[in-house]
Design a protein around this ligand. Sequence first.
Ligand code: FE2
Ligand code: FE2
Length: 471
Amino acid sequence: MQVDLNERIPNNVGLADDRRLLRALERWQPAFLDWWRDLGPVGALQHDVYLRTAIGVDSDGWAHFDHVKMPDYRWGIFLAERAADRRINFGIHKGEPAWQELPGEYRAELRRLIVIQGDTEPASVEQQRRLGLTAPSLYDLRNLYQVNVEEGRHLWAMVYLLHAFFGRDGREEAEELLGRHAGDADKPRTLEAFNETTDDWLSFFMYTFFQDRDGKFQLCALAESGFDPLSRTCRFMLTEEAHHMFVGESGVMRIVQRTCEKMREHDTDDVAPYGAVPLALLQKWINLHYSICLDLFGSEESTNAANYYAMGLKGRYQETKIDDDHVLTDRMVTVPAIEGDKVAAREVTALKAMNETLRDSYVDDSQRGLNRFNKVIRSFDIDCELRLPHRVFNRNIGAFAGIRAAPDGTLVDEATWAAKRDDWLPSAEDRAFVESLMHPVTEPGGVAGWIAPPKRGIHGQRLDYRYVEFH
Ligand SMILES: [Fe+2]
Ligand SMILES: [Fe+2]
């Protein structure tokens, strides 16, 4: 069957006039739809979901709401508007016009950056595929599916870049993005955090709070790129990423709210018997998801990261707002390291410390989110604070890989770790408890007992609106 891709793929990249690109996408699209059917949301192909579809890049354009079946969602290709006379803002090419075509000398590096980003998008859909079976409300179910289709669109965005600028090996990489799978024994996803399963909704909200926030920082760094099509692609993706983090933050916030209500009502910290998630459990989930996400930024010292920056391919968070020369030759900074039996600091070049610099921005942003949760807890007059664990805790990449440490950063021996692990990270028992709370609530307006209702509906709709219709 011939698919009219102009019709089916809303875009602002002139697809109708680019036969070669159109043909490449035509060949890729059926594989994408097969993948969605096989590894997308379980049992949801026929559901009518109240989704927002991007049909343009201005503020009206991506606010089109309608009930659609997810396989019919119009995954579009959008780049933010081109800024007149955009320049490369950092690295050795600083001040030169931004590249509108692929800079041949950096082909391999750009391909790698795009593939790494691209791999995370379908991975998250795979990780979250079973969540639809236990959504705490139709509102939440719809938000899950919205996140899923947008991650699908982010995959389209990266595949567009591969097809439009990289020829044959770009097409091969695009195929491979559907060939690797989260948690697959033979062909796993590239980054470890994208191979975990996300089977309960506490994990989903933590995921969208922490892991989508990593996405935000990676996209912000790529949005600074001197390769303009990549920059513009990522800038538009960021508008969607903001929604994913809203889902995470408001989700955790509503759990905190319900927990605090139950703590007050029953005058106890142990609200599990009352069907709520104790703050101690929330802390363990934070410890897990945050530490996994810190790994996503890579090693404290990295030659690749230095090259990406020097070449003008991947910048820092809000690069142009930073007050320095944006070239950074000869500048030294400190990064955390292990010295003997404690955490210390070590001097490295600012260029090689790029991963750590981006991680720093992420840590600050995550802390701001936690502050908002703690404000809710304080409003109940409850003396408890949720904390980000120290960055040495539970790490698998970089200077702290394999180091045993408590959440406060104290290094511990293997025996202490074994004895305390279940106090610091979700235990099998904790997981079983959280799973025991996961029952789908499917009547319009109903919300599961372990989470407070949302403050408002979606796009002006009421809370008891049918956000998802089952078929
Ligand atoms: Fe994404
Ligand atoms: Fe996302």
